[in-house]
Design a protein around this ligand. Sequence first.
Ligand code: GZL
Length: 371
Amino acid sequence: MNAYLRARSAAAVVVTAGLCLVATACTNSGSSDSASSQNPQSGATNSAAEQKIASSAAAGPACTSATYAGGVPKLDITDGKTVVGFSQSESTSNPFRATETASITAEAKKLHVKLIQRNANADVNAQNSQIEDMIAQGAKVLVVAPENSDGLGPALAQAKAKKIPVLTIDRTAGGTACTDFMSFVGSDFYGQAGIAADDLATATGKKAQVAILSGTPGNNVTTDRTKGFQDRIRSTYPDVKVVASQTANFDQTDGQKVMEQLLQAHPGINAVYAENDEMALGALQAVRSAGKTPGKDVKVVSIDGIKQVVQDVSGGQVVADIETNPRFGPLAFQALQDFYGTKGVQAKVIIQDGHFTAKNAKQALDQGLVY
Ligand code: GZL
């Protein structure tokens, strides 16, 4: 089991016992005592396949309510009266979204934060109007999981005009940190993709015809996961060829349809890189419908770490699943408290992700470390 999962496993045991003896491990996000500090490297990586997603952050002055966009009112978000609005981008039918929403909601409850929330169901226009609606309902701080990196201009402009600070999680929004939003809290998507490339190259003997199922266009997750994979392949694996790359919008149904088309157009495909698990589930169905065996005829690597796919890793149908840790609650509300305190919050806070492979998937599932 890799170092990160060992730490999470300890957390699972400690938190189950109701004691948080090792603060670092207990937030599950891998952060240490504050959102603005970096996730500790909780131990050397065992191997390329076991390496954790490194944590990093833009150095520089931390952002506070005094410095944000020329200064905004200093608030106590735990006073039970200050309204915090949470804008979720996509349906909670995706376990990533369900876990993200549950984490934000649970931490708000724990801190007695008065939380209101909306879900845009992957519609950028809906997300704009929902954010404006929450402002009208009295939200004084916003936590936003953007659907697209651009497209939220109207809502963010209204928030800025009303001196309502915005924390972005999971995907970035356009603009400048500490001017248009406080900070970005999320995964290292480029790093995730490099590990996916290593896993797929290793599983195919460094010789493969790869199909990429890319995410929704227009957000940094898709951009970074696509570039990170292609950069790694081009720099390290000359005989791993990307023969097709097409969006399936982070969606399972689209993933199956697109994969069926790609397998017909490119019968030599023997490897798939899915930029999220929903699409990977669709691709697995397409591979089976084509009379091929996942894990044997076609090697699949994916990203997110949802239970159903980690079970496929354990069963040999999927080579590896790099986690996108959606447990933003502790980091997000710590960031808000640091923002209103003196510590401030860094422009970028990278949440620590796990990495599920044949070596650790079953143990991670048995230990309840998979969402
Ligand atoms: C990543 C998040 C991505 C997930 C997908 O932070 O934005 O969007 O990886 C989801 O499952 O659709």
